[in-house]
Design a protein around this ligand. Structure first.
Ligand code: ATP
Ligand code: MG
Length: 390
């Protein structure tokens, strides 16, 4: 049986872009996400994108799984293609939807006829196929309002489609329809969620991770790469910088008052990330901060961190409770990786009594003690290692 994946225009998040540009970007993103599965042909017609495997070896389950993570699609479906006559439609529905028809308690048939020359009108197609299926599955009941299973028949110009229920898509907007931003990624729970949330809004991701060997280990860095790989299943490939942060961090520890240590460190993270972000043509920074979560994320500390960034800083987790962030991290399968216990550079030299009501002028004064900061930042940027995580 010929089986395809259908994505309907009505199910695309079309805002601010013309349809054709939007569809082209979406198809490009779908192609990228299916690269490891195989070749597909793409046909745009009658307000539908039809994807068909180029050879019989391709497992459509894998393709459906990948498509369900592509942003910009609210819902899609898999469908059987058959000849456009009622005998073929009935036989296809029986064979293709047998499992769904055997397990559902209620159903309805919906017919759409774009070929107006087809001898039956939509209500007649519904009646004929509905009656036929009821005779074959006597336990089934018709429910036109809230059926468990909707069998849809579409009569097109050259063939008919038969399909069962829609599959939920990832929602959001296609990645790269809303520019690029650099996410400051740690090994924690929040920043991978923040990255996912911004990618969902169509933002292409670049990532920056600060590592402080020997205080942080190779395993901690591997963990971050695993997290990025999981996010990349949604966002597409992520150009990633690992920035050596040890020298700057130890200099801050040696020169600056301990109570300001974390805020100062976060300000340098922002400055370095911004440099790399501009280099990568990004228009914003992203962090996983949530107001009040820890001392460095009080409204005062956030103000001090924000003050050094010229690019807008997106903090999509800002108003979420930890439990809400965790629920997203479970959904995108980053949680189990995030909770592996490796030291992050943020937890190295944590002050005993961090200033929770840090004032900008005091932080700036405390920071001024770091005389060779520019040189250390320069080194960190220069020695950042770049990889692309897929
Ligand atoms: P997360 O769960 O994302 O690690 P967190 O609650 O542990 O967040 P912090 O450790 O204070 O909070 O970090 C706040 C934000 O700073 C993170 O969400 C992330 O965006 C950024 N950040 C922290 N550590 C690093 C790091 N090593 N490299 C890059 N960014 C980092
Ligand atoms: Mg952290």
């Amino acid at each position: 049986m010929r089986e395809v994946i259908l994505i309907k225009n009505g199910e695309l998040a079309l805002k601010g872009l013309n349809r054709s540009t939007f569809e082209d970007i979406l198809i490009k993103n779908i192609k990228k996400s299916l690269q490891h599965i195989g070749e597909f042909t793409y046909t745009k017609s009658q307000s539908t994108i039809m994807m068909e495997p180029a050879d019989g070896e391709i497992d459509l389950d894998d393709a459906v799984d990948a498509v369900s993570r592509v942003f910009g699609i609210a819902a899609f479906s898999r469908a059987a293609v058959c000849e456009k006559n009622m005998d073929a439609v009935k036989a296809t529905a029986l064979e293709y939807l047998d499992e769904a028809l055997s397990t559902a308690k209620t159903f309805k048939v919906e017919a759409k006829r774009s070929d107006k020359k087809f001898p039956l009108k939509s209500p007649q197609i519904q009646q004929e196929l509905g009656g036929f299926l009821l005779s074959r599955y006597p336990r089934l009941k018709v429910d036109v309002h809230q059926p468990e299973l909707t069998v849809t028949v579409e009569i097109r110009d050259n063939y008919a489609f038969v399909r069962g229920n829609n599959i939920k898509g990832a929602g959001g907007m296609p990645v790269s329809t809303n520019g690029r931003a650099a996410v400051l990624i740690s090994g924690g729970i929040d920043s991978p969620v923040a990255a996912y949330m911004m990618a969902k809004r169509g933002v292409e991701l670049v990532a920056v991770h600060f590592a402080s060997p020997p205080f942080t280990t190779e395993l901690a860095e591997q963990k971050v790469m695993t997290l990025l790989h999981k996010v990349a299943r949604y966002s597409g490939p992520i150009t990633t910088y690992v920035v050596p942060f040890t020298d700057l961090q130890t200099a801050i520890r040696d020169c600056c008052p301990e109570e300001y240590f974390t805020v100062i460190m976060r300000r340098y993270m922002m400055r370095i990330s911004e440099r790399l972000a501009r280099y990568q043509h990004c228009h914003a920074l992203i962090t996983g901060e949530s107001v009040g979560q820890v001392a460095s994320q009080t409204i005062y500390a956030l103000g001090c961190t924000d003050a050094v960034a010229e690019l807008p800083v997106f903090r999509p987790c800002i108003g979420l409770d930890k439990a809400e962030i965790i629920s997203i991290s479970r959904k995108i399968d980053t949680f189990e990786t995030s909770i592996q216990p490796y030291e992050d550079c943020c937890t190295v030299f944590t002050p005993k009594h961090p200033k929770t009501r840090a004032k900008l002028d005091e932080v700036a004064a405390a920071e001024a003690a770091l005389v060779n900061a520019d040189e250390l930042m320069e080194q960190a940027v220069k020695n950042a290692r770049k990889t692309v995580i897929k």
